[in-house]
Design a protein around this ligand. Structure first.
Ligand SMILES: Nc1ncnc2c1ncn2[C@@H]1O[C@H](COP(=O)(O)OP(=O)(O)OP(=O)(O)O)[C@@H](O)[C@H]1O
Ligand SMILES: [Mg+2]
Length: 351
């Protein structure tokens, strides 16, 4: 997969700019606050339909403007495609494929596929379970539209069930709670099946990558905790409704899952050093790309935000040499001597 062109209009600090990328390594170079991450965020919108900075769609409209637009032309193994997103101050964004509006986000994402890696991704290894769930949710959603739509239904149902559990009249609403429990169990079982399969693949690729990166010194194993059937979810939810009413929230289900990352037999969250955690986070991102390729038959585009300064020379060489046959778009503040270099200044590309 190869992103050839992207056009921005009123996107954050980018007023009106077009960038033409080449296959291979592309570097967006510039001082702080010039718009480098904004460019990557825009590209990533085509992969995930959302900002990776957890910003709302409206926040990306340039200050003082009412609308914004991004448009890309990219190649996948089938043909050249043109996708577009329009953002509005007072209404929901619209996503277009070859100028035709898509009704659902799950119809739009998953065609342009990208893997994003930034220093914050260290949190996948270092922080709590939600970071790891989020990593898998984003990765699996790009590969399977059914996963994305089930997850979004799960989240809506969970919010409705939680508001019932908080209701002072809850005891009158038990039947309604049960209806939601059944729905959660159904979506949950499907999501958990995808997560388990994905984690198995992830574990294989990550352990291979870490093995290569550390010349066999470190061993990593990743386990999903834990797959359950629809019946098991229903059982947990119905047997514990009273407890959940007291807690005012849903205590069981895939929103509580974790992915356990072991380094040399020990939990990497507590026992791996900073450098080891960084290697694992990097390996997980490279593995995300490998799985995407295995399933779709082509490499995704790799987007690296400001990671080179964080990595030592050995890991830097490892990624840059390992990815030389794929398209990579990197931002950095220091001059580097690789790839096709674009200088970003004040939301414009000046060279
Ligand atoms: N909606 C918006 N309208 C106008 N400008 C915005 C908007 N949102 C963010 N900006 C500005 O965009 C600028 C560039 O942001 P960006 O994060 O892309 O910089 P960067 O080049 O990645 O910097 P760094 O090297 O520090 O990461 C920021 O100064 C920010 O104030
Ligand atoms: Mg930045």
């Amino acid at each position: 997969m190869y992103c050839e062109k992207i056009k921005f209009k009123n996107y954050r600090n980018i007023e009106n700019t077009e960038v033409k990328f080449s296959p291979g390594i592309n570097v967006l170079y510039g001082e702080n606050a010039q718009g480098k991450t904004n460019f990557l965020e825009g590209i990533y919108y085509f992969a995930y339909g959302k900002s990776f900075r957890l910003a709302s769609d409206k926040e990306i409209i340039r200050f003082g403007e009412k609308e914004a637009e991004i448009k890309t032309e990219f190649y996948d193994k089938v043909r050249k495609r043109s996708h577009e997103i329009k953002f509005f101050e007072n209404s929901k964004k619209i996503c277009l494929k070859e100028n035709i509006k898509t009704a659902r986000l799950s119809e739009f994402i998953g065609i342009f596929r990208a893997v994003l890696f930034s220093p914050e991704h260290l949190s996948i290894v270092k922080d709590g379970p939600s970071e790891r769930r989020n990593f898998e949710d984003i990765a699996i959603s790009q590969l399977f539209p059914l996963y994305m739509s089930s997850l979004s239904k799960y989240q809506k149902t969970l919010a409705q069930r939680n508001s019932l559990l908080k209701d002072p009249e809850t005891h009158l609403l038990k039947e309604m709670i049960y209806v939601y429990s059944e729905q959660l169990a159904e979506y949950g079982a499907l999501i958990s099946e995808y997560r388990e399969k994905y984690t198995k693949k992830l574990s294989i690729f990550v352990s291979e990558i870490i093995n290569e990166m550390t010349a066999g010194k470190e061993k990593v194993k990743i386990n999903y905790i834990q797959r359950k059937s629809k019946e098991e979810y229903i059982k947990s939810l119905t047997e514990n409704t009273e407890k959940e009413i007291r807690a005012g929230t849903t205590l069981y289900g895939i929103h509580k899952d974790d992915i356990n990352i072991e380094l040399n037999g020990k939990d990497s969250r507590n026992f791996a050093s900073q450098g080891q955690q960084r290697s694992i986070a990097l390996a997980m991102k490279l593995a995300e790309g490998e799985i995407s390729k295995e399933i779709t038959g082509e490499d995704p585009v790799f987007l690296f935000d400001d990671i080179l300064s964080e990595l030592d020379q050995r890991r830097k060489d490892y990624i840059l040499s390992g990815l030389s046959d794929k398209q990579v778009i990197i931002t950095c503040c220091e001059k580097v001597n690789v790839g096709n270099i674009f200088t970003v200044k004040n939301g414009e590309i000046i060279a």
